[in-house]
Write a protein that binds this ligand. Structure first.
Ligand code: GTP
Length: 579
């Protein structure tokens, strides 16, 4: 307080707005080249993170730090772990030059998330000849579909730098129809929906009733004597060929030529199809909850609550990784009120959810950043493939969209792909990325990144680290060194040490937390991959044993798939309770 202590509490809501993204950087740059401080845009969302100054994502290279060079494997990306959302594809080609496992390499299915912008279209020679109207008064067919939605989530197929900002997306995407109010003189034939008159072989000038705009067209036509009379069959197909108008705003203007049909519409972004975060959490935990529910039903159907049923229940709770302490809490709670009585499976589930909520409630806390430290340093640690880099990207998006200036440190110097992955996240979130060459000392990189972040006036520095098994002593020693070295610049740093836990892991996660906590001073957890075939119960055991705050859960690979941890939601999902 006396030291003008400013403490910001980040209680991230479920803001599903896409994080802003800068122009893609040149691959040769060690840091994102986005010169546009996209976070400015994001800051306009009103997030309450006042900053000392407007965030400027300068193109100044992180290589200002001695020794920084682009990772050797810049050019190739094979084996790169899939990046969240559209980032996946941009990175899909990264070569894994490290001997370390790259667990997730293959998920290229996220191509479905790519926006597909219409290709440049040429005239379709198969279409009927145009009736040669007066060119100056010709009707114009123009797709009014705003490119923002699809394009902003698009990535180039060529694996180049990602393009996320609306403006960038607009540039990067294949030609997108121009706004209707532009001057169309000399404009190439415009795309027409596959179901449009052109596609159905309807002669031009028949654009009656396609859309609001199209509906205006006939008036113009009739008013213009230069337009030849439309052939009779025109109107009918046009009206019937406009299903797309119901799904998206579209302005059709028919010109003197008819362009060929528009390519197939872009698939819905995958994120839309996966349901909201709660549905994904439930789905992810369905294996655990399904097993529990089935077994509880088996035990308690037509049976009283007695010693035998309690023991059976305790067993299945342990099998679900909930831990001895929580299992006993649940059985105690049941026996104290219902012993000797009939009890329904639903009642058991309710008690179970309540008790799990009691265990998790105290650890479900928002991440707090102490901005009296500039930067507040977040070190992210964990076993290989638990989602460190992805979580960093998601977190950076949250912070930068809240108006904070974020610097990322590519401290996983073992994997070229990890460095590239972080750079992409940096580009995407408008965060400077400090990196070094492959195989360089991670502690040195962390130190340099700290200095750079300080010089830049960054609010938050997030340091990625290489994944390591907790039983690899030499690797854990290296991590301890990273912590020590950071502490030389600020004895209180790292201020937050986040450990990522893969929700598909069982009992081993308990040991992971134990060791990482001892070695690196973990003081907060993020459980990732709760959207997959998660187990999840182990988090309850970890909460009961370690009582470390759980800040977020990862429910997907996308930038928005990091949700504040909610004890009751999680407990309900595990217990299989309806929400
Ligand atoms: N489904 C799902 N996948 C996730 C989630 N978080 C991360 N992943 C994926 O898990 C894989 C590994 O993620 P990374 O972020 O590379 O993990 P890491 O801990 O940095 O990996 P190492 O550097 O090898 O230790 C990638 O394919 C991610 O896309 C999540 O919440 N849900």
């Amino acid at each position: 307080m006396a030291l003008n202590f400013i403490k910001k509490v980040f209680s991230f809501g479920r803001n599903k707005e896409e994080a802003p993204a800068p122009e893609p950087a040149e691959e040769t740059s060690a840091q994102p080249a986005g010169e546009e401080p996209v976070t400015d845009d994001a800051a306009a969302t009103g997030q309450a993170f006042p900053r000392d100054g407007e965030m400027q994502f300068t193109p100044e290279t992180a290589a200002g730090n001695a020794g920084e060079t682009p990772a050797p494997a810049d050019e190739s990306h094979a084996g790169e772990p899939p990046l969240p959302a559209s980032a996946t594809d941009a990175d899909a080609g990264t070569v894994e030059s490290s001997p370390r496992n790259d667990d997730a390499a293959a998920d290229t299915s996220k191509a479905a998330e790519e926006g597909v912008a219409p290709d440049a279209l040429a005239s379709d020679p198969s279409l009927p000849a145009a009736p040669a109207p007066d060119a100056g008064t010709a009707l114009e067919a123009r797709d009014q579909e705003p490119s923002g939605t699809a394009a902003s989530e698009s990535l180039p197929d060529d694996g180049g730098a990602m393009q996320f900002t609306p403006e960038t997306a607009g540039n990067a995407a294949p030609p997108t129809p121009a706004p209707a109010d532009e001057d169309h003189a000399g404009e190439p034939p415009l795309p027409v929906d596959a179901s449009s008159p052109a596609a159905t072989g309807v002669p031009e000038g028949s654009g009656t009733g396609s859309t609001d705009e199209v509906q205006q067209a006939p008036e113009d036509l009739t008013a213009d004597p230069a337009i030849p009379p439309a052939p009779e069959p025109q109107a009918e197909p046009v009206a019937s060929s406009e299903p797309s108008a119901t799904s998206e705003p579209r302005r059709l203007v028919v010109r003197d030529t008819v362009s060929q049909a528009e390519p197939e519409k872009a698939p819905e972004p995958v994120v839309e199809d996966r349901g909201n975060w709660w549905q994904r959490l439930r789905q992810g935990l369905s294996r655990t909850s399904g097993q529990l529910t089935g077994q509880i039903t088996g035990i308690f159907t037509k049976r009283k609550l007695d010693e035998e049923t309690l023991e059976e229940l305790e067993d299945i709770l342990l099998q679900a990784d909930l831990g001895v302490e929580t299992a006993m809490r649940i059985t105690d709670a049941l026996s104290s009120t219902r012993y000797g009585k009939d009890i329904s499976p639903a009642e058991v589930q309710k008690v179970m959810a309540d008790e799990i909520t009691r265990v998790l409630g105290p650890v479900a806390r928002p991440l707090e950043l102490d901005l009296s430290h500039k930067p507040h340093v977040i070190l992210v640690v964990g076993v290989n493939g638990t989602g460190k880099t992805t979580t960093i990207g998601k977190l950076a998006a949250k912070l930068s969209s809240g108006g904070l200036k974020v610097t990322l440190a590519a401290g996983d110097t073992f994997r070229a792909a990890a460095i590239e992955q972080l750079k992409i996240w940096g580009e995407r979130t408008g965060s400077k990325v400090v990196s070094t060459r492959l195989g360089a000392d991670a502690a040195g990189l962390a130190y340099e990144a700290f200095e750079t972040a300080r010089e830049d006036g960054a609010d938050v520095l997030i340091i990625d680290t290489a994944g390591r098994l907790q039983n690899r002593t030499e690797l854990m020693d290296e991590l301890a060194k990273v912590v020590r070295v950071i502490g030389k610049l600020d004895p209180e740093a790292p201020h937050t040490v986040l450990q990522t836990l893969d929700a598909t892991t069982g009992q081993n996660a308990l040991n992971q937390v134990e060791i990482f906590k001892n070695v690196a001073g973990v003081n907060g957890l993020v459980m990732t991959k709760l959207d997959g075939t998660a187990r999840g119960g182990i988090l309850v055991a970890i909460a009961a044993k370690h009582r470390l705050p759980v800040y977020f859960v990862g429910v997907g690979e996308g930038v928005d798939d990091l949700e504040p941890f909610e004890a009751a939601d999680f407990a309900s999902a595990i217990a299989g309770e309806p929400k």
